[in-house]
Write a protein of this length. Structure first.
Length: 370
């Protein structure tokens, strides 16, 4: 009996000591910080007090018809039908550029099937513009050295020339510059836009300007350099603007519907805020945002235009500061200047007099933004 009582007392004391140790350990530890839920991330287009100011850019007396693609003038439709089909290689390569498993060997196999195209690319790659220390004698090496986008732009130029659409120097440079900026924005914005699609759109968004210049009579006084005013003048003069005509061309060439819609609508961000376009055309609003910013930045670099042709909402939508100078980074500016140099090299290579248009002179005299 005495032994049982003794054992019970020992057990009680042991339990008490253990409880005291645990309690003392807890007291010595710093109090745990309350757990907070991570705040939800919202893309803010603009603070409420700024909405009125950024919407002012869209208060335009005239706006394009967003259904123009479905009722183009018969004469324009006949013109489009007469234009030769562009090589399906353009669409095929654009699709390959969007493939995360793309590889140089596969792309080179596609290109080398056309000897004329292969020769054109190698001639361009070995031009003084790129300044390569060693001559490139095959497409695989050209792709490895210059990258997919650069080779694709060269292919685009050759394929459009082959069907008789030869852009003048200023338009060709603008297409390349816009494409370069669009490719850059695609990477840094991280909003899920396929890179190959944006390179294609950058190169083809103004392709109809060449068709208009070659096949349709211009008004006596020419067209305004203001993009919005020019669209209005084209619509009044031809019954269609160059963006819509570009969409018809893309459709005629059997390009994907998204590309057709983006080319036809690439100036819409100058007339409607991103929220409105997102409601009506949510499937292409990302592409339109990047293309519109790239187009404006390219023309701002050459001092063709100035001012906010699109609102801050589009810049914020693609996670960029709402200033053109923040788009034209030192890296992009260097690439743009190289594009202007290749234009001059190309004219000298073919024994032609350099075409120093006002656009070219402005770009060459623009101080470096490095």
């Amino acid at each position: 009996m005495v032994m049982s009582a003794f054992i019970l007392v020992v057990v009680v004391l042991a339990v008490g000591v253990l409880v005291w140790i645990v309690a003392d350990t807890k007291r010595s530890q710093p109090p745990a910080k309350p757990t907070r839920k991570a705040p939800a991330r919202y893309v803010s287009v603009s603070p409420q007090e700024d909405i009125g100011s950024f919407l002012e850019v869209y208060n335009q007396e005239w706006k394009p018809d967003r259904d123009a693609l479905s009722h183009a003038p018969e004469s324009v439709l006949e013109l489009v039908e007469k234009i030769e089909q562009i090589s399906p290689l353009i669409t095929e390569l654009s699709s390959k550029l969007n493939d995360p498993d793309i590889n140089p060997r596969e792309i080179s196999k596609i290109i080398v099937q056309d000897q004329g195209l292969t020769s054109f690319i190698l001639r361009r790659v070995n031009s003084p513009y790129y300044g390569l220390l060693q001559k490139v004698d095959n497409i695989f090496n050209a792709i490895v050295i210059l990258g997919y986008n650069e080779i694709y732009r060269i292919v685009m130029e050759e394929r459009t020339r082959k069907i008789g659409i030869r852009q003048d120097k200023a338009d060709w440079v603008h297409a390349n510059v816009t494409s370069t900026i669009a490719a850059y924005l695609t990477g840094v914005s991280r909003i899920g836009v396929p890179g190959g699609t944006m390179v294609t759109l950058g190169m083809l968004h103004d392709i109809a300007l060449t068709v208009m210049a070659a096949s349709l009579p211009a008004p006596p006084g020419g067209f305004s350099k203001d993009p919005r005013e020019r669209l209005r003048q084209e619509t009044e003069h031809y019954g269609i603007d160059h963006a819509t005509l570009g969409g018809l061309l893309a459709k005629h060439w059997g390009m994907p519907q998204r590309l057709v819609a983006c080319i036809a609508a690439h100036h819409w961000p100058m007339f409607w805020p991103v929220r409105e376009l997102a409601k009506a055309h949510g499937d292409i609003v990302k592409e339109l945002s990047i293309l519109a910013i790239s187009d404006v930045a390219a023309r701002a670099f050459t001092q063709e235009i100035s001012g906010p042709y699109i609102g801050d909402d589009y810049y914020r939508f693609v996670n960029r500061p709402p200033r053109v100078e923040d788009i034209l980074t030192p890296e992009i500016t260097r690439d743009i200047k190289r594009i202007y140099r290749v234009m001059l090299d190309d004219t000298l290579e073919h024994g032609e007099e350099p075409e120093t248009s006002q656009t070219t002179r402005s770009a060459e005299s623009t101080p470096a933004k490095d």
